[in-house]
Design a protein around this ligand. Sequence first.
Ligand code: SF4
Length: 426
Amino acid sequence: MSVPEALLPTACATPPVRFERGQREVFCGLTGIVWLHRKIQDAFFLVVGSRTCAHLLQSAAGVMIFAEPRFGTAILEERDLAGLADANEELDRIVGRLLERRPDIRMLFLVGSCPSEVIKLDLGRAAQRLDRAHAPGVRVLSYSGSGIETTFTEGEDACLAALVPAMPQASAAQETQLLVVGALAEIVEDQFRRIFAELGLRNVAFLPPRRAGELPPVGPNTKVLLAQPFLSATVAVLERRGAHRIPALFPLGAEGTTGWIRAVANAFGIAAARVTAVTEAGERRAQRALEGLREELAGKRIFMFPDSQLEVPLARFLSRELDMQPIEIGTPYLNRDLLSAELALLPAGVPIVEGQDVEAQLDRCRAARPDLTLCGLGLANPLEAEGLATKWSIELCFTPIHGYDQAADLAGLFSRPLARRARLRV
Ligand code: SF4
């Protein structure tokens, strides 16, 4: 017996999407380091960039220099930028010194930036060279976090895609593996591990792993379950290694989490009764926790600027579980394939806008006077000054928001700015 159709992705017409091209107002992919360095505990992220990159990381992460953080910036000086110094030689020296001083590092990411791309520093080749030089103790990989044509969640996508070639090959005889892909808070990962164990799944792995030496194998017996919607590049390289993606909702809110788990159960042929037994307590707990918040948020109009690529699943959660009214859903990129189940559950008629023309969007937002605006940090302060309540979309990546027990925390991110504004009015 397999799982019933409820909450499984269905083939349906995609709602109309408008494209916009113009000035963009988003953080670059370096920002992903702020949550990724906490996740892979023996990795180090070395940005090869400018002082601007170093300042961005330092202020976004809010880490004291003396705290020995697991990220840093190799600053390209004017001599490097002008091509007067051999940047590769300097990089080798910096990496050598770093690894000598920090023997705890097992994986080193060289992270490209706008300046390293502009001077065409080939970090892929540098990583191969350094990998050979520091094997077997340290694995050296590279990816780009540059702000040229990327948004901040693409940094995580690029990092995870860089990990895939380093994953061992799974043997054809291996038991089918569930591979959950996307950085999750450890507490959330543990909750999902328990749920999958209760479903009877024995071979479950997470990417990224907590330690560099725990990279799971991948192969034709791997079924990929995305925890985040912005991982298009990672899925593509996993599929090239033979893995198959399980189409699913994303685990935001009670409905999203149940839909996510049911999709797994269906892919593994797990009995419907067992799935209900495993999910019903968590789903009820989440629904109860959302009740009070729904009273606060029902009917409130929300305008979403394109920023995190989480906007579509969020709009589904906010409209269906909290009765909020999305009036525009902006997203930097829309992968219709990865988001097909989500798009099918959006309220009819809400404009979905892919890409960004920030001035035009600001005009529409001001004209609509939404109760709440989801946007990047750069837009939030001016909009607040104009009397609009805002929520920073980057908080969605720093806060545990996935799963049943985080559903109320996710809703709370949207209710708090409204409550604060109401208090200011008194
Ligand atoms: Fe700025 Fe580019 Fe560095 Fe990001 S990578 S901080 S956008 S210079």
